[in-house]
Design a protein around this ligand. Sequence first.
Ligand SMILES: *[C@@H]1O[C@H](CO)[C@@H](O)[C@H](O)[C@H]1NC(C)=O
Ligand SMILES: *[C@@H]1O[C@H](CO)[C@@H](O)[C@H](O)[C@H]1NC(C)=O
Ligand SMILES: *[C@@H]1O[C@H](CO)[C@@H](O)[C@H](O)[C@H]1NC(C)=O
Length: 440
Amino acid sequence: MIASEFVLGLVLRLFLQAHVSAGGFGLFSSDKVGYVGFRFASYIDDYMVLQREPAGAVIWGYGTPRATVTVTLCRDQEPIMKKGTRVKGKTDSNTWTVVLDPMKPGGPYEVMAQQTLGRINFTLRVHDVLFGDVWLCSGQSNMKMTVSQVFNATGELLNTAAYQSVRILSVSSTQAQQELEDLAKVDLRWSKPTSRESNVNFNRDLYNCTFPLLIDDWRQTFHDGSQGQTERLFPFGFVQLSSYLSGEALHDGLPQIRWHQTADFGYVPNQRMPNTFMAAAVDLCDRNSPFGSIHPRDKQTVAYRLHLGARALAYGEKLIFQGPLPQKIELLADTGLLNLTYSQPIKVQRRDDKIFEVSCCSDHQCKWLPAPMDTFSTQTLALNITSCHDTPAALRYAWTPWPCEYKQCPLYHLTSTLPAPPFIAPITNPSPGYHSRTAK
Ligand SMILES: *[C@@H]1O[C@H](CO)[C@@H](O)[C@H](O)[C@H]1NC(C)=O
Ligand SMILES: *[C@@H]1O[C@H](CO)[C@@H](O)[C@H](O)[C@H]1NC(C)=O
Ligand SMILES: *[C@@H]1O[C@H](CO)[C@@H](O)[C@H](O)[C@H]1NC(C)=O
């Protein structure tokens, strides 16, 4: 997928509460800041990636109220595009904004901004700017893990030299009482990948259950904040929670959070979460992680699975990016079997007697009983539910904080090593034969 032209900007660790404030731009070199406060927004800098077509890249900054600002895009010293605007008045925080015409991926370009007020001109420049796709990566403590904390860190860092058109900006997390206009602080300015990296501490925080709302909010904010240039439903990828040795406390909580991450569908995209993609990580546990089992070190497999989703959703490639889920759950009359039909070919890597559970309901109560895996074929799997002497009402899979050991879950897609994601589903329309049998 990554053609030589392919350019990728990663904006790392941008937290919701981190936005822009006017102060603290000591980190920007003097040709980025004029003395009348004429400057680019914090993250417009050398080596940056601007969003490519079909969007128009938004360039903005601060200046002297009512001055004119001309932004020029140059390639090999030749101006190829000019956009003019005016700095807004004091009440509008002295900002200026232009939207460039959509550009094909590639570069490098130079972006020049000139402020003219009366006879005084100021010029700012940023160089080695590429057009490409800007992906924003954010999260909690797992996102804050550094490359040196993951498996094969040395090898990964050595490989970075090969990816000069991937540019990274790392934003500091800041807390603010109100929404800020610009980023308060940048940890690492736009840079080409190097074998060094900044070291950031990680801390644990609680997971937010209102995940679809967070996605809605980010989409709305980015759409509005970019004058409509960021698609309203831009592609949004996320990682489903991995395994965690949590003890009893989170026994049901962790599977519930995984489920809520998909708006209780089990898969994405779905009608509540359009244009989203997910990497399942339920089988990527790391019992011995020095950072605690909630911080597994195999980030490469997570990234691989996530990138498949990005290729499918954002780049329209026809490929499978999530593991098998049952399309149909059928109670087979009189056999004590539950027959699952999957939407894709399955690989049964291992039989497991406990990972499927059936909710077995009498008049007064339901309890979860193990449903051992029985026979299977390319797209079907039978579960033995003879232990349920009452009505089987629901089925769930991998519904524990730690459903299997590393890459050892029982079910995967036939060829892609994508694990079957956890699910919970009602068992509907039991066949009459079964009812008559259980009625006794
Ligand atoms: C300032 O910029 C304008 C527009 O680019 C140009 O016409 C003018 O000559 C410049 N003035 C000075 C003093 O450089
Ligand atoms: C399960 O259903 C599929 C199709 O619905 C069928 O081909 C398969 O034979 C069934 N398996 C069993 C064990 O009945
Ligand atoms: C289901 O499991 C029970 C208990 O292990 C066993 O006796 C029975 O033969 C199994 N049924 C099928 C259809 O495999």
